[in-house]
Design a protein around this ligand. Structure first.
Ligand SMILES: NC(=O)c1ccc[n+]([C@@H]2O[C@H](COP(=O)([O-])OP(=O)(O)OC[C@H]3O[C@@H](n4cnc5c(N)ncnc54)[C@H](OP(=O)(O)O)[C@@H]3O)[C@@H](O)[C@H]2O)c1
Length: 351
């Protein structure tokens, strides 16, 4: 199979670099273009990028960075790691120009016609792309969710499907990698916990209902549950931990809940895709886990590890979920232009 040329917008940033790491050896995609702001455009990628982890792929280091302009960037599929202020303008411009934009930015997540995707959880939501034709776009925008909301939603998806989630209390312990680079100053975070992450709690309190909602015509009917979220930044390099207490329409017994989690495999559309882990969720019996240090690499960073599933004195159940910021981004494999875009999922993680 010939690989599909893809572009990365915001390629010089922390998330852009993760896209590059994950796409560098991908069997379906070829990094054809790297784009960023005027600061970097026209320069060699390796010269303008402060590479954060591991070794920069050689083939990318030598590429010339282009402007994020649909007239310059030609790839049909575009991964956007743009700053939110730039994404607001540029992502619609690419979609209007017939490109499919897979975005990490927050701007369009809650728009009625934009899929907010965790491929294993709600692959069917991609049908919303058809509704974007009403905007006059020949391409489209697909977004991923807030990283901690993604970890929680993955763990809750099987429980919601089986028992109907109604109330959720959660507290996060989020890694510094989620703040990008240079991120949180070391003197603020070393030996410390910061009980505030800007704009994080509102995202945690609104995005999961859309992700776990049902496709209803040209919109998503949000799942009918309420969330109370506490977001904390902790001195962990990679891996967001989320502790949760949940109430359901039908209270499950502990064995029923654990069985629902263990049996869950996620949407069939995702099975066997190149970056998909064998198991999207793993339930550990070790009462001292999940731990970022020990479990962050599960499923090459794509598996959410769940542990400490137990009954709750106030709600029905409590549990802990952890994963390396799995933005679980959907990537397009096949696009049937021009009228009927079809996207086959390929989840990849950024961190
Ligand atoms: N870091 C995370 O873990 C994380 C998690 C979830 C979501 N996100 C979201 O992902 C996006 C990227 O985050 P990040 O941490 O990677 O940010 P970042 O390191 O600041 O990188 C931002 C990127 O956007 C480019 N850019 C900025 N303004 C631009 C403009 N006007 N036109 C074109 N390109 C422009 C920058 O290019 P130059 O280098 O040329 O300036 C850079 O490549 C943000 O929307 C963020 O909220 C990040």
């Amino acid at each position: 199979m010939t690989s599909l040329p893809v572009a990365i917008l915001g390629a010089t940033g922390a998330v852009g670099q993760t896209f590059i790491r994950l796409l560098a050896d991908h069997p379906w995609f070829r990094i054809a273009e790297v784009a960023a702001s005027e600061r970097s455009a026209g320069k060699r990628y390796g010269d303008v990028t402060k590479w954060i982890e591991g070794t920069m792929p050689e083939e990318v280091a030598g590429m010339e960075v282009t402007l994020c302009d649909p007239a310059t960037v030609r790839s049909p599929l575009v991964f956007s790691a743009l700053d939110a202020s730039a994404a607001a303008v540029l992502e619609p411009a690419f979609a209007a120009d017939g490109r499919f934009v897979l975005s990490n930015a927050k701007n369009f997540r809650m728009e009625r016609d934009v899929p907010l995707v965790i491929p294993e959880v709600n692959a069917s939501h991609l049908a919303l792309l058809d509704a974007q034709r009403a905007r006059g776009w020949t391409g489209g925008v697909v977004t991923n969710a807030n990283c901690a909301a993604t970890v929680a939603a993955m763990a809750l998806a099987p429980l919601h499907e089986a028992f109907g989630l109604r109330e959720l209390f959660l507290a996060t312990m989020q890694a510094v990698s989620g703040a990008g680079y240079p991120g949180v100053p070391s003197l603020d975070i070393l030996g410390n916990v910061i009980p505030f992450i800007g704009d994080e709690e509102p995202k945690l309190e609104r995005e999961m209902q859309k992700m776990l909602g049902a496709l209803a015509g040209d919109a998503i009917a949000p799942a009918p549950f309420v969330v109370s979220a506490h977001a904390n930044r902790v001195p962990v390099e990679h891996g967001h931990t989320v502790v949760m207490s949940a109430r359901f329409a039908r209270k499950p017994s502990l064995p029923e809940a654990i069985e629902a989690l263990r049996a869950w495999r996620g949407a069939a559309a995702v099975h066997g895709l190149p970056s998909a882990p064998a198991l999207p969720l793993v339930v550990t019996d070790d009462e001292s886990r999940p731990q970022p240090r020990r479990d962050v690499g599960a499923g090459r960073g794509m598996t959410v590890t769940v542990g400490r599933v137990r009954t709750d004195a106030i709600f029905d159940l409590k549990l802990v979920a952890m994963c390396t910021t799995p933005f679980a981004m959907s990537s397009a494999l096949r696009i049937d232009p021009p009228a009927a875009p079809r996207i086959v999922l390929c989840p990849i993680a950024t961190s």
